[in-house]
Structures are given as C-alpha cells and as structure tokens.
Design a protein around this ligand. Structure first.
Ligand code: ATP
Ligand code: MG
Length: 255
C-alpha cells in the first residue's frame, strides 16, 4: 500500500507521516517512510533514523540522471532500477537506514546554490511510486513536499490513497478543497486528517469538505510540539492515528 501525505506547508505532514509509520509498525507491517520533500531536512530526526545518501545521489545525482537520459536517446527509456517493476529488496541498502524498525528513504535534496530546480526529484519520485511492487505487508508512507506542485507532475496518480493533512487555518481549508479536486483528477482516493484540531476547527472545516472524508483528528499535543522544536524522535502513540491506520488496512489483511 502506498499512502501519499499531502497538505499545506507546516500543516503537520511530517509529524503525521511518522505517527502513521509507527502505527503501521505496531500492526506488524514492514514500513518504508519516504521523504519526498526536496527542501526540509528533518524527517529522519523525527523518525529516529541516521541521515543517509538520497536516492538521487545513489543514482549519480542530477548529472547522472542527465547522462543516462542522453545515453538512452532516442528511445527515451532510461535504464534505472526504478523504471521497471521493482520490490523493496531492489532499493539500494545504503539509502534505507533503519529507524528503529522503520526504513527511511530520501528521494533528493537541494543542497548547492545554483544547482537547478527540483524537477529531477519529481522525475525520480513518479516512476518510483509507479513501479514499486508493494508486498502484502509493505506500507509505504510518502511525506510529500508542501503544496500541490506534485499534482501538476501527475505524481499523485500512483498512490493507493492520498492523506490530506489540514491544520486550523483558512488557507489550509481552502487548499484541502483544491487537493480534493486534484485527487479526483488523479483518480486517487482521498481521506483527510485534521491536525492540531479542536471543536472549533471541526465546525469550521465542515463548510469546506464532507465530514465523512475526515478519518482522524489529532489534537495539539505538547509531545509533538517538543519533538518538532528539538528535532528528536516522535515516540507518541495517538489512538486516532492507530484507528486511521487500521481503517486503511485492506479488508482481510493479516494483523
Ligand atoms: N498535533 C500537533 N501538536 C503540536 N504540534 C504539532 C502537531 N503537529 C505538528 N506539530 C508541529 O507543527 C510544526 C509543523 O509540523 P510538520 O513539520 O510536521 O509540518 P509539515 O507539514 O511537515 O511542514 P513542512 O511543510 O515544512 O514540511 C512542527 O513544529 C511540529 O512539531
Ligand atoms: Mg515536513
């Protein structure tokens, strides 16, 4: 199962991604947490994982991708492991350090002034999602970059479900509605998580999206705030997140 965690900048995508990764781990699943944000650097800390080589670096960086494309010209096929069907075992081991039982993969980061745009990261992520053959117990959780550019790149057509994270702000509500329409365009099912939620937020959001699409409400919690403030691992179990992950499990899946 491939889950794409989307939403406004700062809404809580990374926090929710790690909470979900841990919840699936408790359900006995093999979890691959994918950091698809080319800017922020902290997901591995929230997950308790060492920093490792990104997938893009393992593929030779932007220059490596470019030369492979040129070599493949004019057939337009790029020989890379992720461009044909592949499984968990094919991912370069050095890119997936163990974060206390969860594996974490970074797609790529902007690191150098003037290196160019983040298109190569999107260019790797899309076929990576498309071609990953998840085993029955594999749960891939993708912490997407903020905003909606990845929808413009058609990346979101290759997940099994989009999880939209909404924080208590009018901007976030508006974006949730637009993400819902974009998900429809991608033909990918969607569910939402209210984050830093309280009763006022539930009332306000009901004017923007169908409450039936809200599958979890995570409260503002000091333990999450402090993990974010200090860049340390999230070690909190949230019953709403546990219920969300159980609901996401395919009917009849072993638990
Ligand atoms: N439920 C919560 N309770 C308290 N603080 C929270 C909660 N969820 C997230 N936070 C805090 O809100 C901030 C933003 O969270 P997070 O980094 O997960 O958002 P994001 O959507 O991944 O941001 P970005 O778009 O920058 O990647 C962090 O400081 C985090 O610790
Ligand atoms: Mg983030």
């Amino acid at each position: 199962m491939k889950l794409l965690i989307c939403g406004k900048g700062g809404s809580g995508k990374s926090t929710v991604s790690v909470l979900m990764a841990r919840a699936f781990q408790r359900l006995g699943k093999r979890v691959l947490l994918v950091d698809a944000d080319e800017s922020n650097l902290g997901l591995h800390r929230l997950a308790g994982s060492p920093s490792a080589e990104t997938l893009l670096e393992a593929l030779g960086g932007k220059a490596g991708l470019r030369s492979r494309k040129q070599a493949a010209f004019p057939s337009a096929t790029c020989p890379a492991f992720y461009e044909t069907a592949f499984t968990w075992e094919d991912i370069p081991e050095r890119c997936v350090p163990d974060a206390d039982g969860i594996r974490l993969l970074k797609i790529g980061k902007i690191k150098t002034f003037g290196e160019g745009c983040a298109c190569p990261m999107g260019g790797v992520l899309r076929p990576f999602l498309l071609n990953f053959q998840a085993g029955a117990d594999d749960r891939m959780i993708v912490d997407m970059a903020a905003g909606v550019e990845h929808f413009g790149r058609s990346v979101d057509a290759h997940g099994d479900r989009i999880i939209g994270v909404i924080d208590p702000s009018f901007e976030s509500f508006k974006l949730a509605r637009s993400i819902m329409a974009l998900a429809q365009g991608a033909d990918t099912p969607i569910a939402f998580v209210l984050n830093k939620a309280d009763d006022r937020m539930r009332e306000a959001i009901s004017q923007f999206i169908d409450p039936a699409l809200i599958w979890a409400e995570i409260r503002d919690q000091d333990a999450l705030f402090m993990a974010g403030l200090e860049g340390r691992p999230i070690d909190l179990e949230d019953p709403e997140v546990d219920a969300l992950c159980r609901r996401l499990e395919p009917v009849g899946a072993s638990q």
